[in-house]
Design a protein around this ligand. Structure first.
Ligand code: SAM
Length: 293
């Protein structure tokens, strides 16, 4: 007898009934029930039989199963203890999967990678993320500079648009710059709510982040660069000068900010959303130098 894929409406229903599983909204539990979408997600990751995959939130194993069929090894972080016996059952045909019971935000992912995968392995993070923590999870994965090639995730369409946004668009902001500093961002496809149970209230999309060999710009101080662009978007109606004067301080005075903008060749009347990542880097370095001097 051939076993049906987990991600079919019928098999998912049977699994949920067998374990009397009730969804926890607070954990962002929206499970995928469409194998075509899952295969598209795995395709977008560009993995081979030699690759390793790191999944966040396997749920009942819908995506995990499709990954296990295509890669050498899968390691999945699941926070909900109730899902552990379910996963043990549904993923029993796949000995190349290891489920770790942990909150991914608290996990030492570097350590897990070191323990679970051989050095130099092609690694991708592939997940249908819990939407309540999309941004903290993505920022953790990027900021920790993990030895991964990239990240392919299902997230809210609106967040995917913000991450992949170009300067001058209304979606462009500090999240776009933070992500694009570390990675090349692309929205791969939009996904209808009908492929989930329960259906989320927002539209979804698959986002691919390909990690850059080195960050998009060279800056004197990374932490300061992040502070400068975050401050520049604090109030989107304000000019870059006003935002920096009100939000950067207390050390940076108006005259210094004006001088740094002039040195970086940026009109003080422009708004943050019109500045490219290179312009933010120039501005950050000018300000940083003037603080040291
Ligand atoms: N991968 C499954 C699928 O596509 O059907 C489930 C995806 S569901 C959107 C998100 C999953 O992440 C749930 O299983 C949830 O319990 C888990 N989760 C939520 N917060 C988490 C966290 N902080 N760390 C690890 N897993 C988490």
């Amino acid at each position: 007898m051939t076993i049906k894929d987990i991600a079919t409406p019928l098999r998912t229903k049977q699994i949920l009934e067998k374990y009397k599983f009730s969804f926890k909204k607070s954990l962002g539990q929206n499970f995928l029930i469409d194998t075509n979408i899952l295969r598209n997600i795995v395709d977008a990751a560009g993995v081979t039989g030699e690759s390793g995959a790191i999944e966040i939130g396997p749920g009942i194993g819908a995506l995990t199963e499709q990954l296990a069929k295509r890669v050498d090894q899968v390691v999945a972080f699941e926070i909900d203890q109730r899902l552990l016996p379910v996963l043990k059952d549904t993923l029993s045909p796949y000995p190349n999967v290891n489920v770790i019971h942990s909150d991914v935000l608290k996990a030492n992912i570097h350590q897990v990678i070191k323990e679970q995968f051989s050095e130099g392995k092609d690694l991708m993070v592939v997940a249908n993320l819990p939407y309540y923590v999309t941004t903290p999870i993505l920022m953790k994965l990027l900021e920790e500079k993990l030895p991964i090639r990239g990240i392919v995730v299902m997230i809210q369409a609106e967040v995917a648009d913000r991450i992949a946004a170009k300067p001058g668009s209304k979606e462009y902001g500090s999240l776009s710059i933070a992500a694009q500093y570390y990675a090349v961002a692309e929205k791969v496809m939009t996904v209808p709510a009908s492929v989930f149970v329960p259906q989320p209230k927002v539209d979804s999309a698959v986002l691919r982040l390909t990690i850059r060999e080195k960050p998009a710009v060279d800056v004197l101080d990374e932490g300061y660069f992040f502070k400068v662009f975050h401050s520049s978007f604090a109030n989107r109606r304000k000019t870059i000068l006003n935002n920096l004067v009100h939000n950067l301080g207390p050390k940076e005075k108006k005259a210094e900010i004006e001088a740094a903008l002039a040195e970086a060749n940026i009109d003080p009347r422009r708004r943050g959303e019109t500045l490219s990542i290179e312009e933010f880097a120039r501005l950050s370095d000018s300000l940083y130098k003037s603080l040291q001097g």
